[in-house]
Write a protein that binds this ligand. Structure first.
Ligand code: NDP
Length: 263
């Protein structure tokens, strides 16, 4: 039997085991996907080897550690500096980032975009900024504080804090902060968000399965909007595709994973 896991801390509420087990079951694969809480980052890679895993996903707060310690990093993960998917290839552990491509697949229905504003400057913002840049979308980062903007500034992104920002026109506004996850707060001042939404066409919130105040305001402005459900779905589809050396096609994996969200 092949074993896969989700590493993170905490990992109790993640839907990932259900997503991956549903596909393995549907395809008749002798495999199992479990959760492994990792409190101390230095134990992540040794645990991967000790459990003799075929693959793993990595979530908060270990994506940077996984990036730093795997044997090889491939694809856009190299630019993001974080991996969310680990694959065993022989004796080596290879790291990928499927959050970025997962986001891009989720916004495909928005069509070609010229520019976007990202609210927040954490790990998720990095993945989204890099994939948008790769697709020639002009990205501005707006964060509450300046401390996390260095990464983006070095790569040439326009970066602003709440103090230095002058609102302009952006086609897509993306919330990557956790504002609205457990409270009724907005990722920036409501008045500013109203100004931005007046000129925007699309809104995206990485928080999934709930309509945040950010998305409710986007709806009030008649924008086309999405929560993070499809991003989560597609990062899982792409991870599964890598787990099994791309032998199952993406559409088949998606068709087996998607119903889990409706349960
Ligand atoms: P980080 O902790 O790395 O970054 C958080 C960022 O949000 C920081 O820039 C921080 O600003 C800002 N922030 C936090 N709280 C507030 C607030 N109340 N108001 C304004 N800004 C705030 O988080 P991640 O990037 O790792 O994750 C962010 C979210 O993305 C989580 O909710 C996570 O669940 C979700 N996610 C969804 C995925 C999906 O597939 N749908 C995939 C991965 C993550 P400052 O620097 O000033 O502190």
């Amino acid at each position: 039997m092949q074993l896969f896991t989700l590493f993170g801390y905490p990992v109790t509420h993640s839907i990932s085991p259900r997503l991956h087990n549903a596909v393995m079951q549907g395809l008749g694969i002798d495999g199992c996907y479990i959760r492994t809480p990792i409190e101390h980052p230095q134990t992540l890679l040794p645990t991967f080897r000790k459990l003799d895993l075929s693959g793993a996903n990595v979530t908060v707060p270990h994506k940077e550690v996984a990036f730093a310690h795997c044997d090889e990093v491939r694809g856009i993960a190299k630019e993001i500096g974080a991996v969310n998917t680990l694959i065993k290839e022989g004796t080596r552990i290879i790291g990928y980032n499927t959050d970025a491509e997962g986001f891009y697949a989720a916004i495909k229905s928005f069509g070609h975009l010229r520019n976007a504003l990202i609210l927040g400057a954490g790990g998720t913002a990095k993945a989204i900024a890099m994939i948008l840049k790769a697709h020639h979308v002009d990205v501005t980062i707006l964060n509450r504080s300046a401390s996390r903007l260095d990464f983006f500034e070095k790569l040439g992104f326009t970066c602003k804090t709440w103090e230095t920002f002058t609102p302009s026109s952006y086609e897509l506004i993306i919330n990557t902060t956790s504002a609205g996850l457990k409270d009724e707060s907005y990722p920036c001042e409501e008045a500013l968000l109203n100004l931005l939404f007046e000129k925007a066409h699309y809104a995206f919130d990485v928080i999934y399965n709930q309509q945040t105040p950010f998305l409710r305001l986007a709806q009030a402005h008649h924008l086309t909007y999405k929560d993070g459900k499809e991003m989560l779905l597609y990062q899982g589809v792409l991870a599964f595709h890598l787990f099994f050396a791309q032998q199952y096609d993406l559409k088949t994996i998606e068709s087996l994973m998607r119903p889990v969200f409706e349960l």
